[in-house]
Design a protein around this ligand. Structure first.
Ligand SMILES: Nc1ncnc2c1ncn2[C@@H]1O[C@H](COP(=O)(O)OP(=O)(O)O)[C@@H](O)[C@H]1O
Ligand SMILES: [Mg+2]
Length: 372
């Protein structure tokens, strides 16, 4: 097995071949200035291509990475080619971060020019700070300036990602306003040389969770600098199963788990997440939704946990008892009281399915003893 040097390489590295093949085949002359790929090729990178590409004497497949709303992805790409930033809002685990990484990797060739928004984010972490040794020795010069992601994005003509922007105080968020409208940043300490004009290719992608309070507190001046796109949770059980399988395959191969995921277990987990989230079973029974976000990302994690146990401790088969334990962990993140809701889901919906469909549903129902 090849040893990885990174737990999780950045998107541009993970998909290096795909991006190179797309660039080589990208004969579009409609390419916004400063972009590595045309909007059409960016779209293909995220939504996949039917035919493989010929590249350096071999075939390179470009797989679909974001499953769900294709039109949303197209709108995001078009927004980034324009004057306004892109703000992806939605529930946690709806692939906002993933989309932002993929867009940056395809458009700018880098996805790591990122500010992580927290309550402690300061303007320094967004714009620039100083190397104090150099500042004291030579005064304020460009050499003494330490660029932060907004500065870097403007200077290099690449995208700046701002994750969880609404977690930062509104007055700090507002330091983006003048840069986003005038595309110029003033560094007063540098005097005459203190004006940084953004190169073409620069823009900002923000993400914000609707569960964190905050989007409402964003100033309307800043809101006007962004096009907002709401990313919806996956509503289709089959699609959700596909996402779980895709993601888990990727994770397993990165970690060196030589184990093919079990489709039936993925289908069952997708159904559980879907029914708990929507509050109704596939047969129309009412289900009490727990307070925690039953996100696809969480489903992927429950599946992968169970798969790792099977690989390291078990016989390579997905153990339903183990899956129920991991599911409990995911559901009870918000409140212990949700345990009763999960128990009642098992004693109604899962019981019915175990009687009607048998198979893995049966062992799933039998594993309800793990619900503690
Ligand atoms: N529509 C989707 N298409 C593909 N993967 C998805 C989708 N929705 C969720 N996922 C999975 O869930 C993860 C979402 O994580 P993330 O991007 O961090 O979500 P967010 O930033 O919205 O909280 C992705 O990495 C992917 O594994
Ligand atoms: Mg995120």
């Amino acid at each position: 097995m090849q040893e990885n040097t990174k737990i999780r390489p950045q998107a541009e590295e993970r998909y290096r071949e795909e991006l190179a093949a797309l660039a080589a085949a990208d004969t579009e002359n409609k390419k916004p200035q400063g972009w590595k790929l045309s909007p059409r090729a960016v779209r293909d990178f995220i939504l996949g291509r039917r035919e493989p590409l010929e590249w350096e004497g071999r075939e390179v497949r470009v797989n679909k990475k974001y499953l769900g709303n294709d039109a949303l992805v197209e709108r995001c790409i078009i927004t980034l080619a324009g004057n306004r930033g892109l703000m992806l809002v939605g529930d946690p685990g709806t692939a906002k971060t993933m989309l932002s990484e993929l867009l940056s990797a395809a458009i700018s060739g880098v996805s790591t020019n990122t500010v992580q928004g927290t309550a402690g984010t300061t303007e320094d972490m967004i714009k620039y700070s100083w190397n104090y040794a150099l500042l004291l020795a030579n005064g304020p010069t460009r050499q003494a300036l330490v660029p932060a992601p907004l500065y870097t994005g403007m200077e290099k003509g690449i995208l700046t990602r701002f994750e969880e922007i609404t977690r930062t105080p509104a007055e700090i968020q507002d330091s983006l306003i003048s840069v986003m409208s005038d595309k110029v940043m003033n560094v007063p300490e540098l005097g005459d040389e203190g004006l940084l004009f953004a190169r073409p290719g620069f823009n900002v992608i923000g993400t914000a969770n609707t569960r964190d309070k905050g989007v409402n507190e964003m100033s309307s001046a800043l809101k006007r600098r962004f096009n907002f796109e709401t990313v919806q949770p996956v509503r289709d059980v089959k699609l959700e199963k596909e996402i779980i399988l895709n993601e888990v395959r990727g994770l397993a191969s990165e970690a060196g788990l030589r184990m093919e995921p079990d489709e039936e277990a993925a289908a069952l987990l997708a159904a559980t997440f879907h029914e708990l989230r929507e509050g109704v079973s596939s047969t129309g029974q009412r289900v009490d939704s727990p307070g925690s976000v039953m996100s696809t990302a969480e489903a992927v994690s429950v599946y992968y946990q169970t798969m790792m146990s099977a690989w390291y401790y078990g016989n390579g088969k997905m153990d339903m008892g183990c899956m129920v334990q991991n599911l409990t962990g995911a559901v009870l993140k918000e409140s212990r009281e949700d345990l009763e809701k999960l128990k009642s889901y098992f004693s109604t919906v899962v019981r019915d399915k175990s009687e009607r469909e048998g198979g893995l549903w049966k062992s799933y129902y039998e594993a309800r003893r793990q619900l503690r």
